[in-house]
Design a protein around this ligand. Structure first.
Ligand code: FES
Length: 144
């Protein structure tokens, strides 16, 4: 049911935990399953993401998706990180079962929320970045 990569990132998550003095933090949740994901970014003066970590209170797929998402955004500029979508995360994980697609969406939203927080704190406009909702969104997606 789960790919080897999903199992690998679930059993051996990368970049798990809080960041001390992060540049920004984004927290999102899914009201239907109750899972919550938080992403921490450390961004340098060139707007490159030096470090990205996560804390996820949720299912195994959400843990794997957060772990992969942190790996994908590390080393990217904040603008490039915006292009990491749930599809990117799913592809990098060699897929997720349909009922778990929303878990990867949570990862995309958590990154966006952290990028938004960064933009706010630095008076920056990141093209294409939209203000996150209230942090906890209700839409679990049709496939849930
Ligand atoms: Fe809700 Fe995975 S994030 S079940």
């Amino acid at each position: 049911m789960y790919s080897e990569k999903v199992m690998d990132h679930f059993t051996n998550p990368r970049n798990m935990g809080e960041l001390e003095n992060p540049s920004s933090v984004g927290t999102v949740g899914n009201a239907r399953c109750g899972d919550i994901m938080r992403i921490y970014l450390d961004v340098d003066e060139n707007r490159v993401i030096r470090q990205c970590t996560f804390k996820t209170f949720g299912c195994g797929a959400a843990v794997a998706a957060s772990s992969m998402a942190t790996e994908l955004v590390k080393g990217k500029t904040v603008e490039e990180a915006l292009l990491v979508t749930n599809k990117t995360v799913m592809e990098a994980l060699d897929g997720l079962p349909p009922v778990k697609v929303h878990c990867s969406l949570l990862a995309e939203e958590a990154i966006h929320a952290a990028l938004w927080d960064y933009a706010q704190k630095n008076n920056l406009k990141i093209d294409g970045l939209q203000k996150p909702g209230n942090g906890i969104h209700e839409d679990g997606g049709e496939e849930y």
